[in-house]
Design a protein around this ligand. Structure first.
Ligand code: DP6
Length: 422
């Protein structure tokens, strides 16, 4: 398999993959092993400049077993989901040759060659943001490149799906639909791009990372309990989501923000309602999440049409999608009014990501936050409205692109000599 350079070579690929936020939620599986959902879902891919996973994968005849390091720590690769992805990729690997480096790998060699995987998130892991979507998508995307897998993104999405359902939607930028499919073998349960990130680039997304002491129920076990015990989930999957998917596709195609916002908020609320309808009930949102919903609902009502949509995944963090930069600045003012930082905070780490939104909001330092006037929709009782310290920090971002290979070897997370993390 290796030519002139003997058994010493290390071949690697590095890729960057975005995370995504569902605006029509996936919740519930009809097949646990293949990860086949009970309804279609739609997501927005987030700008990888602010939230993404970078993964380097390497292969070498010197490697003795498959290994993975996540955010600096080696973890076990023995889980069924990792193994399913690896098996699917190896079976689709093709011949590879790099004449300059003197490396030649035949299709059948991939079964025997072991891989090293090193992965980092560019956002704090403690944020409680769904990192599995970006992580698994990046693992599949980078290994597919390394192994010279020639399948298109929709086929790769079906492999990423077997790592984590929501990961299949991170194979594309912009607006993405995961089609649930009908086949028992999952071959038609794939993600497709509805529109790329340039299609609706007015949208600005602000994530409120909400402080939480509570240990959350994992999505995997939560949705299993919901499918087993909730009567409402059946109504949701059969009657509600199919109609919403059509309406959401239309809203995205027409850039119809009021419909988009109405559907996204309603679907997030129904997802949390089915969690509450589960036995034992699951509470992902907390008081701060509820307060954020209250602020947005009040503001939208006051304006007479939606300015902002909210959506919450399996945790208390709010993802707020505003219709343009102007409303994003007004939203950030409101958020900072309601949730000012602790007095010893550093503004630079309290609002991260696209800082120009902070500038548009007229906030240059902590004093500007303290001086914010209550928004017109809450004039009365304003003194009771400020909840210092309930939000850890905010991330300003926007819809973003799909996975890319980082060609510059200096960006690799793997030492080319040792094949171990740098
Ligand atoms: C609430 O994809 O994390 O974020 O398929 O079991 O790995 P598994 O679950 P996961 O579930 C995500 C659920 C959600 C909604 C969504 O992303 O659609």
């Amino acid at each position: 398999m290796a030519a002139e350079r003997g058994e010493k070579w290390v071949l690697s690929v590095t890729a960057q993959t975005p995370t995504n936020i569902a605006v029509i939620k996936y919740w519930g599986k009809r097949d646990e092993e293949l990860i086949l959902p009970i309804n279609d879902s739609i997501s927005v891919t987030l700008d990888p400049g602010h939230l993404c996973t970078t993964t380097s994968v390497a292969v070498s005849p010197a490697f003795t077993h498959d290994r993975i390091w996540l955010n600096g720590k080696e973890v076990s690769l023995s889980g069924g989901r990792f193994q399913n992805c690896l098996r699917e990729l190896r079976s689709r690997a093709t011949d590879f040759e790099d004449e300059k480096k003197g490396i030649k790998i035949n299709k059948k060699d991939w079964e025997k060659l072991r891989v090293h995987i090193v992965s980092y998130n560019n956002f704090p892991t403690a944020a409680g943001l769904a990192s599995s979507a970006a992580g698994l998508a990046c693992l599949v995307f980078s290994l597919a490149k390394l192994m010279n897998v020639k399948e298109d993104h929709s086929k790769l999405s079906a492999i990423a799906r077997q790592g984590s359902g929501s990961a299949c939607r991170s194979l594309y930028g912009g607006f993405v639909k995961w089609i649930m499919g009908k086949e028992d073998n999952g071959s038609d349960s794939i993600a497709v791009q509805l529109a790329d990130e340039k299609h609706w680039d007015d949208l600005v997304i602000i994530i409120a990372v909400v402080s939480s002491k509570q240990k959350e129920t994992s999505s995997t076990s939560g949705m299993r309990d919901t499918v087993e015990t909730s009567a409402l989930i059946k109504h949701r999957a059969k009657e509600v989501v199919p109609k919403r998917i059509k309406e959401m596709e239309e809203a995205i195609a027409k850039r119809d923000f009021p419909s988009f916002a109405r559907l996204a908020c309603a679907d997030s609320n129904q997802f949390h309602a089915v969690c509450l309808d589960t036995l034992p009930p699951i509470f992902y949102m907390n008081d701060t999440s509820h307060r954020i919903i209250g602020c947005v609902e009040k503001w939208n009502r006051h304006e007479g049409s939606p300015q902002v949509a909210y959506t919450f995944d399996a945790g208390p963090n709010a993802v707020l999608i505003s219709k343009n930069r102007k409303t994003a600045a007004l939203l950030l003012q409101r958020l900072l009014f309601h949730f000012p930082p602790q007095s010893d905070a550093d503004l630079n780490s309290y609002v991260i990501g696209d800082k120009t939104i902070l500038k548009d909001a007229g906030i240059e330092d902590l004093k500007d936050i303290e001086a914010l006037a209550p928004p017109p929709e809450i004039k009365e009782n304003a003194s009771t409205q400020r909840c210092r310290g309930d939000v850890s920090y905010f991330i300003c971002t926007r819809p973003g692109r799909g996975p890319v290979v980082l060609a510059d070897e200096s960006q690799s997370l793997i030492n080319p000599e040792t094949g171990l993390p740098k």
